[in-house]
Write a protein that binds this ligand. Structure first.
Ligand SMILES: CN1C(=O)N(C)[C@H]2CS[C@@H](CCCCC(=O)O)[C@H]21
Length: 124
């Protein structure tokens, strides 16, 4: 299959799992995110994601972005941006940064509402 086509099953260093369904000709994809941990005290549920990547046929190591809607167990939202890298053995790595925005009661609380981090996914 094309290298760095994001479809398939991925896992990150927090042991979260991400399954991306087929990527269409416009680079758009959907999938599911099964987070290993949560900032809430709620029961974790599989959460939908939607995103887009650059064409893996045109770009050897395309950039991408996607959004995860956690609404099944949290009022927060996470966006990821990143790039897929392929090593000389053909092993793919997704280097990402993310922003996690949690819902707060009022704009004045907005200062504490966004977490940021880096994150690496490899194929499971
Ligand atoms: C487990 N995680 C993971 O695999 N990340 C890359 C980071 C960014 S999304 C966050 C999980 C958020 C779950 C929903 C919530 O607690 O509000 C954390």
């Amino acid at each position: 299959e094309r290298k760095c086509d994001l479809s398939g099953l991925w896992r990150n260093e927090l042991r979260s799992l991400m399954e991306i369904h087929e990527v269409n000709d416009a680079g758009e994809f959907s999938g599911d995110y099964l987070t290993a941990v949560t900032a809430t005290s709620n029961c974790i549920r599989r959460s939908p994601l939607k995103g887009a990547q650059h064409d893996a046929k045109q770009r050897g190591q395309p950039t991408f972005g996607f959004t995860v809607n956690w609404e099944k167990f949290s009022n927060s939202t996470t966006v990821f941006v990143g790039q897929c890298f392929v090593d000389d053995k053909g092993k793919e790595t997704l280097k990402t940064m993310w922003l996690l925005r949690e819902e707060v009661g009022s704009p004045g609380d907005g200062w504490r509402a966004t977490r940021v981090g880096t994150n690496v996914f490899t194929r499971k």
